[in-house]
Design a binder for this molecule. Structure first.
Ligand SMILES: [Zn+2]
Length: 324
């Protein structure tokens, strides 16, 4: 079963929110747009393999997309993890730009060619192997110390990208595949690993534990791009023309540009706040971000939407939900 379905990563939603709240000529915009395009490309790559994952999906295996675990102070995220009672499987999905990706045996080098220009990139085979080792460490820390066979593959999802390897690189030949190769690799694993390692009940328990330990990433994008708060365009955004701020009139949010009325346009504002500033908010911070003056309107919104709060009166800190 698909235990963790593929979703648009939060970082994409964060960057989209940030982009929409910066002026068109903001100096950081080109970098944000570049990073955003890269993230979308990665997501599309993972989306492209979902069809094949559905074909192998079965009630007695568990498929996770973008499972992110913590070990000591580091996090690692596995693009696709499949648990079976006999072995575990990792797919590292790459949707490279460019016309050629080349794996070289020496120095663990990998190069890619874009518009005739060759450049070295991180070897995805090493990345997949690192994730396998970190997963073993995580399992050990969680008292699963027995040997579990694990296989890792790199899936190059861009069908226009030519894959080449140096002649003596058996690892790349065996472990780098196209999405269409997923089925045959799973069959190969099925025939290679036939010893039962987990009962159905044990595997279900482990799958639940992995899901429970998934940590959503919500980086501070303002800090990352060094964007001061005053550069952010505040206010509720009109769902029709994107004008900000909408004004609150008798239970409605009204756009002063196109006169659109909306009852729940503020929900997008709550999401945007969380994406840019995190889940904690005070009444004053909400008024500033929504560009409203009434502390009572702000209080109503906060009380209705927060998942938790602490402190009293003006010191109250509300916790907003992480809406995905
Ligand atoms: Zn409008």
């Amino acid at each position: 079963m698909i235990k963790m379905p593929l979703k648009v990563p939060l970082i994409i939603k964060q960057l989209e929110a940030l982009k929409q709240r910066l002026y068109q000529n903001h100096p950081k915009l080109p970098q944000i747009e570049y990073d955003l395009a890269k993230r979308w490309r990665g997501y599309r790559g993972e989306k492209a393999i979902q069809y094949y994952l559905k074909l192998i999906d079965d009630s007695d295996l568990y498929i996770f997309n973008n499972l992110r675990l913590k070990i000591k102070d580091t996090f690692f995220e596995i693009d696709t993890l499949i648990l079976t009672s006999y072995y575990f499987l990792i797919f590292q999905v790459k949707n490279y730009r460019g016309e050629e990706i080349s794996f070289e045996n020496y120095f663990n080098q990998c190069t890619r060619t874009i518009n005739g220009q060759r450049e070295t990139i991180d070897d995805p085979l090493l990345q997949a192997k690192r994730h396998k080792i970190l997963l073993i460490n995580w399992l050990n820390k969680n008292k699963i110390t027995m040997f579990i066979p694990m296989e890792e593959f790199v899936v190059i999802s861009n069908s226009k990208c030519l894959i080449t390897t140096s002649p003596n690189h058996p690892t790349a030949r065996q472990k780098v595949i196209r999405p269409t190769g997923i089925l045959s690799k799973v069959e190969w694993c099925n025939s290679k690993h036939m010893e039962t390692k987990f009962s159905n009940k044990e595997l279900r328990k482990l799958a639940n534990s992995l899901l429970k330990n998934h940590v959503t990433e919500l980086p501070n994008v303002l800090e990352y791009y060094q964007i001061p708060d005053e550069d952010i365009i505040k206010g509720i955004s009109c769902p029709k023309c994107s004008f900000k701020p909408m004004v609150k009139i008798k239970g409605y949010w009204k756009c002063t540009n196109c006169s659109t009325l909306s009852k729940n346009a503020y929900l997008k504002g709550i999401k945007d706040y969380v994406y840019l500033y995190g889940q904690e908010i005070t009444n004053k911070q909400l008024r500033d971000f929504f560009q409203i003056s009434s502390r009572y309107v702000a209080k109503d919104i906060l009380q209705e939407n927060c998942v938790n709060s602490s402190g009293k009166n003006s010191q109250t800190i509300y916790i907003l939900p992480l809406l995905e």
